[in-house]
Design a protein around this ligand. Structure first.
Ligand code: S3P
Length: 436
């Protein structure tokens, strides 16, 4: 286990390009595997999670040329129902892989069961939310007792489209069902309480698939003949950029600039929250990359942040950034309240418990709520020792807590950051967030 101590600093500054988008890289590999034409993916994210997806794609029979570390991978797909899934796929820590792969596998030619499994963290995550709707379409998908992985998936049973009313907004669940819908007879519709990120829909459209919209739902008409994913370059990941952005809000002097970031509105809810808290943020839109709006974000230190409320309607557009609101709340005047975020309990860790635990461990005043948390600010962040709980975003949150602490914060389990952001410590050091 790696332990690093992040030191306080009076100012951070500089320009960084954050790693490529994790959500888009998973999708490029998985949709590439069912594409009729080979897809060149430039700048895929090289991380634990996306390596798991590349291995999965290879094990299902897609051709993989090039090395993810070299910045270019070519996926030779087998068509929309031409994959040959192996008996077991190890999804490691990647929930996106498990949920999207299940939607693809059910539609492949009849074959033996594939078991989708993962690490201890993934084995705690709920899978009935995909198993039940897939079964409603005619598929056979069986999670372990408790509704968690391992997940047994049988390819090739006849499926029919249906209307899925998701109780919780989830891009992973929506994507799983749309991908299953490509091989189901008739229309598959998905309705969410609040729209989640639409990367899958954009990529399917770019591949020539008609993605329908009606009454707030998205849908596909299956079975489709095929899809042809265009070559793509993966832009920077907003969820990784969020750490540099928050470092800039707390200590940016003169400024922190993050370049080439995916600014899909389904991902950038944190910017709205930061603006509400009084942060000085400039967004410079650039050209679209991979069908996604992209640009640079420039932030400067804000002396006085004001507390805010984040409610259910905002959570999907910032679901992975909510932990950062905890730290911002501790530095803001007033009481910051997050509600409608029960989903955080079933992420890579129980992020309501782990975020509040981290904040309290460094001296902030915070309390858990069933579906969120409350932070009283401004509270002194003394510093101390925290644990990542194997959760990448917790590890990185600990680093930022160190930046604004009095005495530094030691993060145990820092290696977890590599799940989404392998160069995190180096990028932060370049800005002046220094670890020892
Ligand atoms: C993701 C969707 C989000 C997010 C996850 C990646 C995706 O989950 O938390 O890190 O790539 O679709 P849900 O939208 O399923 O909650």
């Amino acid at each position: 286990m790696t332990s690093l101590t992040f030191r306080p600093a009076a100012a951070v500054a500089g320009t960084i390009a954050v790693p490529p988008d994790k959500s888009l890289t998973h999708r490029a590999f998985l949709l590439g595997a069912i594409s009729d034409r080979p897809v060149v993916v430039d700048d895929p994210l090289d991380s634990e999670d996306t390596r798991a997806t590349l291995d999965a794609v290879r094990s299902m029979g897609a051709g993989v040329e090039g090395d993810i570390a070299s910045g270019r991978v070519v996926i030779a797909g087998r068509g929309v129902r031409g994959l040959t899934p192996p008996p077991v796929i190890d999804c490691r820590n990647a929930g996106t892989l498990m949920r999207l792969a299940a939607g693809i596998i059910v539609g492949q030619a009849p074959a033996e069961v594939t078991v989708l499994d993962g690490d201890q963290s993934l084995r705690r995550r709920p899978m009935r939310r995909i198993a039940d709707p897939l079964v409603a379409m005619g598929a056979a998908v069986i999670p372990a007792e408790g509704g968690t992985p391992p997940l047994a998936v049988r390819p090739g049973l006849p499926m029919h489209g249906t209307v899925h009313d998701l109780p919780i907004a989830s891009a992973q669940v929506k994507s799983c069902l749309l991908l299953a819908g490509l091989n189901a007879a008739g229309d598959t519709w998905v309705r969410e309480p609040v729209p989640s990120r639409d990367h899958t829909e954009r990529m399917l459209r770019a591949a020539g698939v008609e993605v329908m919209e009606r009454d707030g739902m998205v849908g596909v008409a299956g079975p489709i003949a095929g899809l042809a994913l265009p070559d793509m370059r993966v832009p920077g990941d907003f969820s990784s950029a969020a750490f540099a952005i928050v470092a800039g809000v707390l200590r940016g002097d003169p400024a922190v600039r993050v370049v080439g970031v995916n600014l899909n509105p389904g991902r950038t809810g944190l910017l709205d929250v930061l603006r509400r808290m009084g942060a000085d943020i400039t967004v410079e839109m650039g050209e679209d990359v991979a069908g996604e709006p992209c640009g640079d974000v420039v932030v400067r230190r804000t002396e006085t942040l004001v507390a805010t409320e984040v409610t259910a309607a905002e959570v999907p557009s910032m679901v992975d950034e909510v932990p950062l609101v905890g730290l911002l709340g501790a530095r803001a005047d007033g009481t910051t309240v997050v509600s409608g975020a029960g989903e955080l309990r079933v992420k890579e860790s129980d992020r309501i418990a782990t975020v509040v635990g981290l904040l309290r461990a460094v001296g902030a005043e915070a309390e858990e709520r069933e579906d969120g948390f409350v932070v009283h600010g401004p509270s002194a962040i003394r510093g101390g020792e925290v644990h990542s709980h194997g959760d990448h975003r917790l590890a990185m949150l600990g680093a930022l807590a160190g930046l604004v602490s009095d005495d530094g914060v030691t993060v145990h389990g820092m290696e977890a950051a590599a799940v989404s952001y392998p160069g995190f410590t180096e990028d932060m050091a370049a800005l002046g967030v220094v670890a020892a």
